[in-house]
Design a binder for this molecule. Sequence first.
Ligand SMILES: [Zn+2]
Length: 211
Amino acid sequence: MIDAVYRPESRRVLDALSGGSDIGETVRIFALSLLALSLAGCVSLTPQHEQRLDEIQRFADRATAVYGKPFVKISVQRATNLNIGAVYRQGNIFLNERMLDSPNLKKTIAHELGHYVLGHSGFIPNAVSQADWQRAQEQKELDANAKAVEILMRADGLTEPEAVKVVADALRRSADAQAKDNLPLTPGHLPASAELADLLARFPDSAVTLR
Ligand SMILES: [Zn+2]
């Protein structure tokens, strides 16, 4: 549910955050992340950013209408040093203001809507260990990527190859950033390269057209 903005300048903080290995630490990072987002408050936007926010809110509105789900409000939050692009929580998508300039914006919103449509919450029943929790969370992220493809098709009328390309291109950019800047992974996520491989395996016919 928490998705990354890869920024070299936030690496120091990320390095500090990525040190934790027990489940309490992971939960603490999520709690801190949500707290940081909720404390960040409103942001004044440039006209271009207002327009982009408008566009993605309309996309979210089309998606919730298509799936017969209650409205989701997208709120832009001041950028923090935390490695978070967006998070879905209780009828809201909290978006890091940096995402408004990111080529990954559409994918990020589609992915968060994927969590929403799939009914994902932060709670994972029967996770008795850190490894269980991590595996279950990673699976949710993969499922949200695949759902994002379906949402792009149903809410935006893209063909499957077009929709797969939106998600795959974003994952490829993240994978390149992870490789280039040696960034740690976002909690709950596999490396972006592994998420990309999973996506392409789910849509083999569309994956062929990407090569
Ligand atoms: Zn996610």
